[in-house]
Design a protein around this ligand. Structure first.
Ligand SMILES: CC(C)(COP(=O)(O)OP(=O)(O)OC[C@H]1O[C@@H](n2cnc3c(N)ncnc32)[C@H](O)[C@@H]1OP(=O)(O)O)[C@@H](O)C(=O)NCCC(=O)NCCS
Length: 299
């Protein structure tokens, strides 16, 4: 794990950014790396560099770059910065600019789990025997500057961030998911050893991060012209001419855990998918949205 002591935080010019809030007690540390390019092979290596400095304008620039990618949810600079400050993101920096970024959000975890349980159970908490104690995180906002693409920056950033989140000492089992719109970060996720699962195969899990737009006004990021992918695992098809267009893929770090969570949720709510979706949407999702998250809305 990259252990950046909190007193060695990268310097930021706080006077220039009104949205920079004082940090929460950090559970994990902001991850920042400088890039070393081999003069022989041209390969990029990331080195932990807690002394690297960049102005808040770098986050504004990152947010603008993210917003210009049609496959990425357009999160604000303040949201991206806060995630990083909480140890939920890793950045690669070159010449004072962010040239690579990945972040993650805890989706199904203690606060949202207990809110959903109470909503389903008339205000009472559900016992651990019926309510799954598996944590689910989502990897999101993977972006590499076009000049630095296909040089392993995203892969290395993801490996570092996943290592940090996995090393956090919680006794629970946890797995990660990620949504790609078309190809997007699919090759990187396949290189991490992840797999795709049909959205329809784990609807209780899929509902945590995506919903069908139903004409009602809901907070979320609309993905148009890309239907949820319900075919077989595409991880092995990376080198072929797989047609990526028009689909949104659900990538999972550990399919067995995702199925287990789905089965436990399904059993706990008496196979009532609509009740589950409503409870999650009304009782748990607002907590995530307040923390700067947006679910995908299909259609
Ligand atoms: C997707 C993205 C983050 C990948 O960043 P990157 O730094 O170029 O990725 P990496 O170099 O670490 O990729 C790891 C592997 O995937 C391969 N890869 C990455 N993008 C690829 C692409 N578009 N087509 C084919 N292979 C690709 C790399 O060649 C590398 O393979 P290797 O290990 O066999 O050499 C970057 O292309 C990007 O910012 N795209 C626009 C935003 C976006 O779609 N983000 C993903 C959201 S899910």
């Amino acid at each position: 794990m990259i252990n950046l002591a909190s007193d060695r935080r990268p310097p930021l010019d706080r006077s220039r950014a009104s949205w920079v809030k004082s940090p929460m007690a950090p559970i994990m540390h902001p991850l920042i790396f400088s890039v070393t390019v081999s003069s022989v092979t041209g390969e990029c290596a990331l080195e932990p560099d807690p002394t690297a400095s960049f102005a808040p304008a770098a986050w504004q620039q990152l947010a603008a770059s993210v917003a210009s990618e049609k496959g990425l949810t357009p999160f604000s600079a303040a949201v991206l910065y806060r995630r990083w400050q909480q140890g939920l993101a890793a950045v690669a920096v070159d010449n004072g600019s962010i040239i690579g970024h990945i972040s993650c959000m805890p989706i199904f975890h203690q606060p949202t789990r207990s809110r959903a349980a109470r909503a389903l159970h008339g205000g009472q908490p559900m016992g651990a025997s019926v309510w799954p104690m598996i944590d689910m995180f989502e990897l999101l906002t993977g972006w590499t500057h076009p000049d630095w693409r296909k040089r392993s920056i995203s892969l290395q950033l993801r490996q570092q961030l996943l290592a940090q989140v996995r090393s956090e000492s919680l006794p629970r089992q946890r797995f990660f998911v990620s949504v790609t719109v078309g190809r997007g970060g699919s090759p990187v996720l396949a290189r991490l050893g992840w797999h795709t699962i049909a959205w329809d195969a784990i609807p209780y899990v899929g509902s945590l991060i995506a919903q069908n737009a139903d004409g009602k006004s809901r907070p979320g990021w609309h993905v148009i012209n890309h239907a949820p992918y319900n075919g077989s695992d595409v991880a092995a098809l990376m080198d072929t001419t797989h047609n990526w267009d028009r689909h949104c893929f659900l990538w999972v770090s550990q399919p067995a855990l995702a199925h287990q969570l789905n089965d436990r949720l399904q059993a706990a709510v008496g196979r009532d998918l609509e009740s589950w979706r409503r409870a999650w949407r009304e009782a748990a999702l607002p907590t995530l949205i307040q923390a700067g998250y947006l679910p995908v809305l299909f259609g």
